[in-house]
Design a protein around this ligand. Structure first.
Ligand code: CA
Length: 236
């Protein structure tokens, strides 16, 4: 049931552009592309694509500024594609409003999986607000937001208020990378110390309660230097 989603690709490297466009078209996506930020922004505004794939290193503008510009008027999902491996830029892109990132070189299946996740989350958000979902389910974990209960394999697990806040924020954004700063701001407020030591301590406690083997988590994954990503909600 592919509704012919339209994807706008903003990328100045021809090879990568062709590779991605071919991959997406065989999956029945409509693809439009731009080689500069200026063209990309004008296509984003005129064409109303369902998703933007954005290269951060463009000839005429920094990709981060493209994200900021789009976010002034649209919540359209943006996945950043970048050759840069520096965590700092990925964090900057996510904090500017990107939904996800993928690092070159990447495989076709990884790219398609990221696109599917982002599209699914965005169609969901357009219908029902994320906060309106009443349940999160993944493997043996169930979070019931209305009852404020968290169970693993049917057993109720008790979390502190802070732990609950962290866990439910990640669950409501399941599949998406949440940067340390975003999480800290959500839990402790905008004036919190951005040092993530307290967050790490809380996360260790959450994993101890949640995961069978905290060193090899199956629910909450660490994106080193960037943040955390919680496994997708199967309940959607
Ligand atoms: Ca480039």
């Amino acid at each position: 049931m592919n509704l012919r989603h339209e994807i706008l690709l903003i990328e100045d490297e021809k090879n990568i552009c062709n590779f991605i466009a071919t991959t997406l078209r065989t999956q029945n996506y409509k693809v439009s592309f731009a080689e500069t930020a200026a063209n990309g922004l004008s296509l984003a505004a005129s064409g109303c694509p369902d998703l933007i794939l954005l290269d951060l290193g463009l000839p005429d503008m920094d990709g981060i500024d493209v994200i900021r510009n789009v976010r002034e008027w649209s919540n359209i999902p943006i996945i950043v594609i970048s050759a840069r491996t520096q965590e700092k830029e990925k964090v900057e892109a996510l904090d500017a409003g990107a939904d996800d990132y993928i690092t070159k070189p990447f495989g076709t299946s990884e790219l398609l999986a990221r696109i599917r996740t982002a599209l699914r989350r965005s169609s969901l958000n357009n219908g029902v607000p994320v906060s309106g979902q009443s349940r999160y389910t993944a493997k043996e974990l169930v979070i019931d937001y209305d009852k404020h209960t968290i169970t693993v394999a049917g057993d109720i697990i008790h979390f502190t208020q802070i732990e609950y806040k962290i866990l439910t924020f990640l669950a409501r954004n399941a599949g998406k990378v949440i940067t340390y700063d975003t999480l800290i701001t959500h839990v402790w407020g905008p004036y919190a110390d951005s040092n993530n030591r307290i967050l790490r301590v809380n996360m260790a406690n959450i994993r101890r309660k949640l995961e069978q083997n905290p060193a090899d988590p199956q629910y909450i994954f660490t994106e080193i230097g960037i943040g955390y990503r919680m496994i997708d909600n199967e309940n959607l």
